[in-house]
Design a protein around this ligand. Structure first.
Ligand code: COA
Length: 244
């Protein structure tokens, strides 16, 4: 199997510093779906068989195959040498090559027809994508996951604008949670999206209240079709060695 950076159903979408974000086309496509199966290992084939409905299985297969192709290219190794492990019971996957942790960072998200894969040589990463469509129980979710200042901004918008703003805020929070890797154990109402990003600026920096030593770059990378965000851990440059 050839190792490519740009395949027929995934392609580079954004470059942010050392991070590349790939878009993955998750629409039904018999050829892509069949090709994706060839990239999956036995554990992934087994997981695929356990999906009871088509959509989630197709999204997993197309996204995981694209992820494997991107990692194989970046790591200059054959797909067969790559396996995935999870950090703990919270489930954030990381890559191994020949059984040893690979020197690469990534995160994946999928929503309806769209997948995003963020990949970088170092630092924790989180990515989230949500197709722009009306959400059920949006007001309840607004009351549950957002802080009072965030709710105040959301209530200034109406109709379609409100849904769009809700999804922008949601993906930014989710990208931060996914970068940290805590999953549902973190209460999203305990931290706030940087005010500049709430006001529409596309990039800002962020610190979790309980983790002030780590700074994250947060980018709103959505478009008209989907809301999307990427959180990247800022790795301080090593101090220069001073000659005595
Ligand atoms: C996995 C989780 C982090 C996100 O799930 P999700 O939004 O349904 O799904 P996404 O498509 O964005 O992401 C799924 C991918 O994230 C990755 N992932 C799994 N667990 C993860 C974790 N703990 N941290 C980061 N990434 C994780 C996996 O690669 C997974 O894809 P795969 O199974 O095909 O490999 C899940 O724990 C969750 O639902 N968190 C919700 C937290 C919350 O309350 N959010 C409110 C938003 S404000």
């Amino acid at each position: 199997m050839t190792e490519t950076r740009t395949g027929s159903w995934w392609r580079p979408y954004r470059t942010l510093g050392e991070t590349t974000v790939f878009h993955v086309d998750l629409r039904p496509h018999a050829g892509h779906e069949a090709a994706s199966l060839a990239w999956l290992d036995a554990a992934e084939q087994h997981r695929l068989q356990r999906f009871r409905i088509q959509g989630p299985g197709r999204r997993f297969s197309l996204c995981r195959a694209a992820l494997r192709a991107v990692l194989a290219s970046r790591l200059a190794c054959r797909n067969e040498r790559i396996t995935f492990e999870v950090h703990d019971d919270r489930g954030k996957p990381f890559a191994m090559v020949d059984g040893a942790p690979a020197p690469i960072s990534f995160n994946v998200s999928h929503s309806s027809d769209h997948g995003l894969i963020a990949v970088a040589p170092r630092g924790r990463l989180g990515v989230d994508v949500e197709q722009r469509q009306p959400r059920r129980h949006m007001d309840l979710l607004i009351d549950t996951v957002f802080t009072e200042p965030e709710r105040a901004v959301l209530t200034t918008a109406e109709g379609r604008d409100r849904t769009d703003l809700f999804l922008d805020f949601w993906t930014m929070k989710e990208a931060l949670i996914k970068a940290l890797g805590t999953g549902l154990s973190m209460d999203p109402a305990t931290f706030e999206i940087p005010p500049v990003l709430q006001r529409g600026t596309k990039r800002g920096t962020f610190r979790f209240p309980d983790l002030p030593a780590v700074t994250w770059d947060l980018d709103n990378i959505g478009n008209e079709t989907y809301a999307a965000a990427v959180a990247r851990e800022m790795i301080p440059e090593p101090a220069p060695i001073r000659e005595l």
